[in-house]
Design a protein around this ligand. Structure first.
Ligand code: PGA
Length: 265
């Protein structure tokens, strides 16, 4: 069975609640989502309630995502947000291990594994981020780095929970305005490595886990990534911060995905 096309945007530390709700409404009115596509947005925590109100009761055609969550159920963790809080808002998906969480906020593999397991244990979906830094790439340890992040991050995940797991491969050197955009030739070997590792860890069910690429994706290059055999979707930042950019990048990526599946089929 062909894997779905999975696409969405991380708004990072941008937008007020009213801005995110307006974005959601305009997006919902302007995007068509076929059966084989999944679409998500990651507004900041402070916008989730406003977007949740605009989306209404689930199941949601556009998944409402949180950019982070804490693993403990409750307690003395000032400034943190629990899965119970997110579930009460109707959140569908939690981003765990984004490059900025790993590097700017120093989240370690073991802590991210606790988060992945907490998200899945709460019945939600996760988008789990992996990717090497420029320095790690320079030392020739991209593969080792990503495999370590993947194996520790998914350690102890029940194979029955895998249908709620998505992986985002985002080389840190390719993310953001200061990044050097990765090319399809950079990305496919890493996506294939991740696919094989998921197969080794979990068997056939592991190979069905969607792998997204992220880092300087825009409408002009989106299809070059989604046409790759092991890339099933895209996690975008900047190009998904306007509804027009979101829809244009989504459609370009969907066209690449269709092309790849026609070739495979
Ligand atoms: P970018 O961000 O698309 O702006 O490079 C990607 C990300 O941080 O996921």
């Amino acid at each position: 069975m062909a894997r779905p096309y999975v696409f969405g945007s991380n708004f990072k530390m941008n937008q007020t609640p009213a801005e995110s709700a307006a974005f959601y409404r305009q997006l919902a009115a302007s995007i068509e989502i076929p059966d084989d596509a999944r679409v998500f947005i990651f507004p900041p925590f402070t916008s989730l309630a406003a977007v949740a109100e605009a989306i209404g009761e689930g199941p949601h055609a556009i998944w409402l995502g949180a950019q982070n969550a804490f693993w403990a159920a409750e307690g003395a963790y000032t400034g943190e947000i629990s899965l119970r809080m997110l579930t009460a808002l109707g959140v569908d998906l939690v981003l765990v291990g984004h490059a900025e969480r790993r590097h700017t906020f120093h989240e370690a593999d073991v802590e991210l594994n606790r988060k992945v397991r907490a998200v899945l244990g709460a019945g939600l979906r996760t988008l789990f981020g992996v990717g090497e830094t420029a320095e790690e790439r320079g030392y020739g340890v991209s593969a080792e780095t990503v495999l370590r992040q993947l194996k520790i991050g998914l350690y102890g995940v029940d194979p029955e929970q895998l249908d709620r797991v998505n992986i985002a491969y985002e080389p840190v050197w390719s993310i953001g305005a200061g990044g050097t955009p990765a090319t399809p030739d950079d990305v496919e070997p890493m996506a294939a490595l991740i696919r094989d590792a998921l197969g080794d860890l979990f068997g056939d069910a592991g190979r069905q886990v969607p792998i997204l690429y992220g880092g300087s994706v825009d409408p002009s290059n989106a299809a070059t990534f989604t046409a790759l055999p092991n890339v099933d979707g895209l996690l975008v930042g900047r190009s998904g911060w306007t509804v027009e950019g979101f829809v244009a990048t989504y459609q370009a990526g969907l066209a690449g995905h269709r092309q790849a599946n026609v070739l495979v089929g």
